[in-house]
Design a protein around this ligand. Structure first.
Ligand SMILES: O=C(O)c1ccccc1N[C@@H]1O[C@H](COP(=O)(O)O)[C@@H](O)[C@H]1O
Length: 228
């Protein structure tokens, strides 16, 4: 498999200057802030805006929301000025269109995957969402639609049509990343709990190890592609 673009790497659920600086210095292409009160990664829009200002222009700033209404989005967009809105709830295609029209920002629409049919759910969003994000279904009893540290069967991604742009997420960490990239050839990867020492607590060493694993896997897929 060859890669025509460098791998996009998103580190999500950031709450501290140290973690933002570490992710960006290691070459994150995207950083994400979570606006979901039940999450241990939840952050106030003003705090996210202050953190984003440290690195604005060097990395894409992603606001992660879950079925947010326009009042919520107004505040997030005012305070954070994100580059991308990640809609991680059950937002309909009509709602995605409406959000894009109101805010004039690209939307990355998240889908949870367990089986092949889950991938078909993107069909009504094709040409509407700018990018997709595939995460695992939350475990029973979880209050979080994402950030659960759970993976899905990556071989399912072979069922996706070529040309669908997406980020792979769900339980990615330094130990499983190479296999995930090898099996999917994902154009982008996203992690949140996989670089934490406790829920909501980013670990700078784990962030570093995640990037090391990503660079190694990227190199290996490039070498494998050249051999074909
Ligand atoms: O991280 C959260 O707490 C969260 C809360 C609500 C919606 C999305 C959330 N995170 C997203 O979940 C995926 C996977 O996370 P993980 O690596 O399995 O912990 C990632 O896309 C985050 O953006």
């Amino acid at each position: 498999m060859t890669r025509d673009k460098p791998l996009d790497i998103k580190i999500c659920g950031l709450k501290t200057e140290e973690a933002v600086d570490k992710a960006v210095s290691l070459g994150a292409t995207h950083i994400g802030f979570i606006f979901f009160p039940k999450s241990p990664r939840n952050i106030e829009p003003t705090d996210a805006g202050r953190l984003a200002d440290r690195v604005r222009g060097r990395v894409k700033i992603v606001a992660v929301t879950v079925n947010a209404d326009n009042d919520e989005l107004d505040e997030i967009v005012d305070q954070l000025s994100p580059d991308i809105l990640q809609l991680h709830g059950s937002e309909s295609p009509e709602r995605v269109l409406n959000v894009k029209a109101v805010y004039g920002l690209p939307v990355m629409k998240a889908f949870s995957v367990r089986e092949a049919d889950d991938l078909k759910k993107i069909e009504p969003y094709i040409g509407i969402a700018d990018r997709f994000l595939f995460d695992a279904k939350p475990p029973a009893g979880s209050e979080l639609p994402g950030g659960n540290g759970v993976s899905f069967d990556w071989t399912l991604m072979h069922l996706l049509d070529d040309g669908v742009d997406y980020m792979l997420s769900g339980g990615l960490n330094k130990d499983n990343l190479a296999e995930a990239i090898r099996l999917t050839g994902a154009p982008g990867i996203d992690t949140s709990s996989g670089v934490e020492s406790a829920p909501g607590v980013k670990d700078l060493g784990l962030i570093e190890a995640f990037f090391e694993a990503a660079r190694k896997a990227e190199h290996e897929t490039a070498v494998a592609g050249r051999g074909k």
